[in-house]
Design a protein around this ligand. Structure first.
Ligand SMILES: [Zn+2]
Length: 244
């Protein structure tokens, strides 16, 4: 069986797969489901002729969605592996351990790859043609783009508590009828985005200036530029607007 192979150099994927040379010196290798072999080459390795090194976002339009998801999985694992070569307890070199874990031969500590879990919530108010959605603008977004509000969970917090806290902190409002939408692995660098929809309850919509440039209610007919179709934020907004 011939493996399909992908190669990462730092946070860049080498494309197209067909142009990868057969023999490359690699720093790490990972077997993925569905016959993929993911490898990482050193930062100093010259990019081969006919190959382009692309960040995962830029690679997305050039790949099948299924392959892109595998690349995201590989990137998160390789990234974690590269950042966990030594024990956080006693600084000995870690060895391969159970499953995807790595184990310290000196003190017995075992570490496993972890996700940074984040919530994202699309809040609405009003009914029918008068329905509006609360969207916010972060200074990191492309010019003009607004999106649903997102934030990382804190240790000890449930997803639901996180949604209510983030909405209160970032938008100054309260919500009700929280409902699960879906989730998305988000390999920038190791996230899991968990999407919710919710109904506005009360409060005055006001962007937290430490995190956001602006937040507003938008109706179906005055939507601002929206995030890329790569993201769950956009899937949620499209679903709300019933765009197919
Ligand atoms: Zn140790």
């Amino acid at each position: 069986m011939s493996d399909r192979r992908m190669v990462f150099q730092e946070n860049r994927l080498w494309l197209p797969f067909e142009a990868l040379p057969a023999n490359l010196p690699v720093e790490a290798s990972l077997r993925l489901p569905e016959g993929w072999l993911a490898q990482r080459v050193s930062p100093g390795q010259a990019v081969p002729l006919g190959v382009e090194a692309l960040g995962l976002r830029d690679a997305h339009p050039r790949m099948a969605q299924e392959d892109w998801l595998q690349a995201g999985r590989a990137y998160q694992w390789l990234e974690w592996e590269g950042g966990h070569r030594f024990c956080g307890g006693c600084a000995s070199a870690l060895k391969p351990g159970e499953g995807q874990g790595r184990r310290c031969p000196a003190c017995g500590r075992t570490v496993f790859p972890s996700n940074a879990t984040a919530i994202i919530v699309l809040i609405h108010r009003g009914e029918g043609g008068r329905r509006q959605w609360a969207l916010a603008r972060s200074p990191h977004f492309k010019p003009g783009v607004y999106s649903a509000v997102a934030g990382f969970t804190e240790p000890g917090e449930s997803l639901e508590e996180c949604v209510h806290r983030e909405v209160a902190e970032e938008l100054g409002i309260r919500i009700q009828r929280l409902s699960y939408f879906g989730s998305q692995p988000w390999p920038f660098p190791n996230g899991l985005m968990v999407g919710f929809t919710a109904e506005y309850l009360d409060g005055e919509l006001q962007a937290d200036p430490s995190e956001l440039e602006d937040a507003r209610w938008f109706g179906r007919d005055d939507m601002p530029p929206l995030p890329s179709p790569i993201s769950i934020a956009r899937w949620m907004i499209d679903a709300a607007l019933d765009v197919r």
